[in-house]
Design a binder for this molecule. Structure first.
Ligand SMILES: NC(=O)c1ccc[n+]([C@@H]2O[C@H](COP(=O)([O-])OP(=O)(O)OC[C@H]3O[C@@H](n4cnc5c(N)ncnc54)[C@H](O)[C@@H]3O)[C@@H](O)[C@H]2O)c1
Length: 295
C-alpha cells in the first residue's frame, strides 16, 4: 500500500467520488479522491476496469467498478440508476476521452464532447451539497476558435444535425486535432454552465486543462520528451517542437495534474467554481505572448 487510506465505515458508506475513465489520470485521481470518499470507477474497457479496481481494493481503497461507455445512452442511464440507489455523488471527476481515435473527428466529438454532456446530465441530479464536478479538458481548448456559431453548437451537441451544422459553421470537416480542440472548448463551457446551474445547490463545477503531459496518451503523439531534468531536446515530431512552447521547458507529469485535481475537489477550494485551470508549465502564457491565442 503506497498511501494511507482511512477505511472506516462512514467513509465506505458516504457519498461517492465517481471517476469516469481509469487511464493514467483517472487512476491518479482515484487514488487521491479515494482517501476521502468511497470510489465508483467507470470505463468502457471492462478488462482494464477490472484490473484497476482490483488494484485499488488491494491497496485498501473502498472501490467499485461499473462498465460504462459514455457514448452509449443506455450505459449512462444505467450508471445514473446505480448512483440513484446510493447516497449521492460528492465528487465527479470526468476524465475519459480519446487522444487518438480510429473513428476520426466524429469519434472525438462523440466521446470527448457528447460523452461529457451525457455524464453531466446523468450525474448532476445526484450531486450532494458541498459536491464538486471537475471536468478534465486540455489546453487545446484555448486554441479553439471563439466563433459564436460554433460555440452555440458545442453547447447543444445532442441536436440531431449536430455534425452537419458543425461542418457548415467550420467551413469543412475538421481534422482530428481541430475537433479535439473544439470538443475541449465545449467541455470548458459545460463546466461553466454547470457552475451556474448547480451553484444554488451548493455544488461547484470547474474544468482542469492539462498541457503537455508525459503519459500513455501523450506518448502516442511522439517519442519521449524532456521531463523533470529538462534533458536534451531533439526536434522532429510535432510534439517535440511543442515542448519548446512550454516555458518550463519540459512536459508535466500525471502527478502534477492529480495534485491539482486533489486540491480543487477538496474543501480547501470550497469557493472555487466556474473556471478553467490550465496546468501547462506556462504554455498558455507563451501562446498569448506570441499572439497565437487571445488573452
Ligand atoms: N495525457 C495527456 O497528455 C493529456 C493532455 C491534455 C489533456 N488530457 C486529458 O486528460 C484526460 C485523461 O487522460 P489520460 O492520460 O488518463 O488518458 P488515457 O488514455 O490513459 O485514459 C483515458 C481512459 O478513458 C477511457 N475511455 C475512452 N473512451 C471512453 C468511452 N467512450 N467511455 C468510457 N471510457 C472511455 C479509456 O478506456 C481510458 O481508460 C483526457 O480527458 C485527456 O483529453 C490528457
Amino acid at each position: 500500500m503506497t498511501e494511507f487510506v482511512e477505511r472506516v465505515s462512514y467513509l465506505a458508506e458516504g457519498p461517492l467520488a465517481l471517476v469516469i475513465g481509469c487511464g493514467d489520470m483517472g487512476m491518479g485521481s482515484a487514488r487521491a479522491l479515494g482517501r476521502r470518499h468511497p470510489l465508483l470507477i467507470a470505463d468502457r474497457d471492462a478488462e482494464r476496469l477490472d484490473r484497476a479496481v482490483d488494484a485499488l481494493v488491494h491497496e485498501g481503497y473502498a472501490a467499485r467498478a461499473i462498465a460504462c461507455d459514455i457514448t452509449s445512452t443506455g450505459d449512462v442511464n444505467n450508471l445514473a440508476k446505480v448512483i440513484g440507489r446510493g447516497p449521492g455523488v460528492r465528487v465527479l471527476a470526468h476524465v475519459a476521452a480519446v487522444g487518438n481515435a480510429p473513428g476520426g473527428w466524429r469519434e472525438v466529438m462523440s466521446v470527448d464532447l457528447l460523452g461529457a454532456h451525457r455524464i453531466a446530465n446523468a450525474v448532476a441530479p445526484h450531486m450532494v451539497r458541498g459536491g464538486v464536478a471537475v471536468l478534465i479538458s486540455s489546453t487545446g481548448s484555448r486554441q479553439s476558435q471563439h466563433d459564436p456559431e460554433i460555440e452555440a453548437l458545442l453547447d447543444d451537441p445532442f441536436r440531431p444535425d449536430f455534425e452537419e451544422a458543425l461542418i457548415k459553421a467550420f467551413g469543412r470537416e475538421p481534422d482530428f486535432l481541430e475537433a479535439y480542440y473544439m470538443a475541449k472548448h465545449g467541455v470548458n463551457r459545460l463546466a461553466r454552465k454547470l457552475a451556474v446551474d448547480l451553484g444554488p445547490n451548493e455544488v461547484r463545477a470547474l474544468s482542469v486543462s492539462p498541457g503537455l503531459i508525459d503519459s500513455t496518451m501523450g506518448r502516442t503523439g511522439g517519442s519521449l520528451l524532456p521531463v523533470y531534468d529538462g534533458g536534451k531536446k531533439r526536434l522532429g515530431s510535432r510534439s517535440e517542437k511543442a515542448v519548446l512552447e512550454v516555458p518550463l521547458g519540459r512536459q508535466g507529469t500525471i502527478r502534477e495534474i492529480v495534485s491539482v485535481i486533489d486540491f480543487v475537489t477538496s474543501d480547501a477550494a470550497s469557493f472555487l467554481s466556474g473556471i478553467d485551470i490550465a496546468v501547462d508549465g506556462g504554455s498558455t502564457a507563451f501562446w498569448q505572448s506570441r499572439g497565437v491565442i487571445g488573452s
